[in-house]
Ligand binder design. Structure first.
Ligand code: SAM
Length: 285
């Protein structure tokens, strides 16, 4: 089989299948062997690994993963790609392609089924129109992943690894850094894709933490507060909390609680570190 990262071969393959790219499904296929290798190296894939890929496209990353891993399950929404994948993944007996929408599938059940409940790695070149909801699903659903290695839009990678007080710091940053340790693996210009997207990309690895870096009284409640605080970025903590319905405390009590937690109620959420956010939550929960 010819290399799937060869633009000429990819064109010929897609033409033969009468396939046209769908912009709305975020279809930008990888045509760069170097970046492909970096994704695989970044995920540190070994022969005992189970891998879940989101959006295999024509199977470029899927093939490379299958050559290294014990088993690869790949979820693709576009049924026009299924016959293409049948051709490009032929002969590989450690790959299963699942036709479905990653946002609607019961991923826990799928993983229990295809990986027999073993921990797995998520490795993907994500469709950019749903990057954040996909990441949030993996983080929030308590799925047994060990690492997520994904190609995302540069701006999303910056949000995931942002520091407090910067414009990129927000609810996604807090969720990613609560559950994982982000590490930039590689930067990728638009030219590594066919067709090239309008944005630059970054491969980022999110290594799952054994323990969260902060203790919160109730995880679901903490993340409800995070969502309320960062949806009103310009408001002070005090005003957002009073309007949020998250607490029955009045202005005076709330001011007192925040002050005794060592947090100035006039600050904005985006200036608080994860540790301060946890302290804030525990003081009002
Ligand atoms: N992995 C391939 C590569 O690296 O060349 C393709 C990556 S392309 C950026 C994203 C892929 O995700 C496309 O194949 C697209 O059809 C698929 N996709 C888009 N939305 C999806 C969804 N909700 N669930 C599963 N796959 C989806």
């Amino acid at each position: 089989m010819q290399s799937l990262t060869s633009p000429r071969y990819l064109k010929e393959l897609l033409e033969r299948h009468g396939f046209h790219f769908s912009k709305s499904l975020g279809q930008n296929f990888l045509i760069d062997r170097n970046i492909l290798n970096k994704i695989i190296e970044g995920a540190r894939v070994t022969s005992s690994d189970y891998c879940l890929e989101v959006g295999p496209g024509v199977g470029t990353l899927t093939r490379a993963l299958a050559e290294k891993a014990a088993f690869v399950a790949a979820v693709e929404i576009d049924k026009r790609l299924l016959p293409v994948l049948e051709e490009t993944l032929e002969g590989l007996d450690n790959v299963r392609v699942i036709h479905g929408d990653i946002l609607k599938l019961d991923i826990g059940r799928l993983a229990a089924d295809v990986f027999s409940g073993s921990p797995f790695k998520v490795v993907a070149n994500l469709p950019y129109y749903i990057t954040t909801p996909i990441i949030m699903r993996f983080l929030e659903e308590d799925l047994p992943f060990t690492t997520i290695v994904i190609m995302v839009q540069k701006e999303v990678a910056e949000r995931m690894s942002a520091a407090p007080g910067t414009k990129d710091y927000g609810a996604l940053t807090v969720a990613v850094q609560y559950y994982t340790r982000p590490r930039i693996v590689a930067r990728a210009p638009a030219s590594v894709f066919m067709p090239p997207p309008k944005v630059d990309s970054v491969v980022i690895a999110l290594e799952r933490r054994d323990e969260p870096p902060v203790m919160v009284k109730d995880k679901a409640g903490f993340f409800r507060m995070i969502s309320a605080l960062f949806s009103q970025r310009r408001k002070t903590l005090l005003n957002t909390l009073l309007a949020s319905g998250l607490t029955d405390l009045g202005k005076e009590d709330l001011t007192h609680r925040l002050a005794s937690a060592g947090i100035d109620p006039r600050r904005r959420a985006e200036t608080l570190s994860l540790e301060e956010l946890a302290r804030l939550y525990n003081s009002i929960a």
